[in-house]
Design a protein around this ligand. Structure first.
Ligand SMILES: [Ca+2]
Ligand SMILES: [Ca+2]
Length: 411
């Protein structure tokens, strides 16, 4: 069924689902309608080549079919080409070429506008220690972060990459913790976040603890790597997302957190995920916010920990997608975290659930550095609190993560 559904979605012209942001749950239906429009970069095609082809194969293929070679995604044998004529005809011609593994439109990846559950407020006056907003962090309490911290708070040599709109690396509750990575949206080396989504996700995974400021992340000791693949308006392309995943893996990221996605770019995202996995990275991605049994990628890609969202009452958040590819759920409703310019705000979405899991993966990796990616994923699944129908179910996966149990039971 999953395969059929996915095929239908892709065939019916790249239905796009934003996976981020904050939703009042009752708005999910109308917002979903907004996203079901054709969204691909005009004329652009992602062409995957079989491994081991000679250098220059992409250029030769483009030339022979009258296409323009725009750029290549290093490491995974994918080229971005532009067709001046009809894209469907170019896709057919490419798929018939020897050495071409796949061809698909270069999708637009975008976030819905962020809806704040509450207005951002200036943090209380800094205290000498503790985290003044910690009592509002129901998610961190729910996953029992403090029990996990008795084993580890995460090590700075453990790198959790946040592939998103960038990170405000000057935020006082993140400063000194962020590795400035690449900006694939603007093609430069400054991944500053002018949006808020990425900074919010970064804080959930790893805001500093006991510094007298704001909140604490799940893994307040790890390093956070900022990889910007979405612009300050929250949109990007499949090739930028793939480029960011490959780049983070090449830089040694142990965990890759993806609070983004859509039904497009399935083949290219799978190639990027496979590459990151081959480098040993744990890949975590959002299930999406359509409130439906609907596959978005990379959340539904093979080898990914797909994350759905739960509420403070341990129910499935109504906007959270579900399906038999889900791995776990995590808190994703009215989650307080960091936003640019030193602020804090609460947002909702599977985007917010995902970095809880990425932070937990960072803790597991810190405590057990020799553990391979699949074993980290298994530890997270096995430590989860079963919800809904007994055992694995498509609504909650293996359950809502429990950081304390995951870390403690491996001792
Ligand atoms: Ca703090
Ligand atoms: Ca269950």
């Amino acid at each position: 069924l999953r395969h059929v559904l996915t095929s239908c979605l892709v065939a019916s012209s790249l239905v796009l689902a934003g996976c981020g942001g904050a939703f009042a749950p009752q708005q999910a239906t109308s917002r979903q309608a907004d996203w079901t429009t054709l969204r691909a970069v005009p004329g652009e095609i992602l062409v995957g080549f079989q491994r081991g082809l000679a250098r220059g194969a992409a250029a030769a293929t483009a030339r022979s079919l009258g296409l323009q070679l725009v750029r290549e995604v290093p490491g995974i044998d994918i080229a971005v080409m532009r067709a001046s004529g009809a894209v469907p005809a170019a896709l057919r011609a490419l798929r018939a070429q020897r050495g071409v593994a796949f061809a698909e439109p270069n999708a637009v990846e975008s976030l819905p506008p962020l809806r704040r559950s509450e207005e951002p407020s200036p943090p209380p006056s800094p205290a000498p220690q503790g985290d003044p907003l910690a009592d509002k962090q129901w998610g961190l309490a729910k996953v029992d972060g403090k029990a996990a911290w008795r084993v580890t708070r995460g090590l700075p040599e453990t790198i959790v990459a946040i592939i998103d709109t960038g990170i405000d690396y000057n935020h006082p509750d993140l400063a000194g913790r962020v590795i400035k990575g690449r900006d694939f949206a603007n093609n430069d080396d400054d991944p500053m976040d002018g949006h808020a989504h990425g900074t919010h996700c970064a804080g959930i995974a790893g805001a500093s603890a006991d510094n007298g400021i704001g909140i604490a992340g799940v893994a307040p000791g790890v390093s956070l790597m900022a990889v910007k693949v979405l612009s300050d308006s929250g949109s990007g392309t499949t090739d930028a997302v793939c480029g960011g995943i490959v780049w983070a893996a090449d830089q040694g990221a142990h965990v890759i957190s993806l609070s983004l996605g859509g039904p497009g770019g399935k083949e290219a995202k799978q190639a990027a995920v496979d590459y990151a996995r081959s480098k040993g990275a744990v890949v975590v991605a959002a299930m999406g916010n359509n409130g439906a049994n609907m596959a978005v990628y990379p959340g539904a890609s093979k080898g990914v920990i797909g994350v759905g969202a739960t509420t403070a009452e341990d129910t499935r958040a109504s906007f959270s997608n579900f399906g038999d590819w889900i791995a776990v759920t995590a808190p994703g409703h009215q989650i307080l975290s960091t936003v640019p310019n030193g602020g804090f705000a609460a947002y909702s979405g599977t985007s917010m659930a995902t970095p809880h899991v990425a932070g937990l993966a960072g803790l597991v990796r810190s405590a057990y550095p020799a553990l391979e990616a699949e074993a980290v994923a298994a530890a997270i699944r096995q430590g989860a609190t079963d919800l809904g129908a007994a055992g694995f179910d498509p609504q909650f996966g293996h359950g809502r993560i429990d950081a304390g149990r995951t870390l403690q039971r491996r001792r």
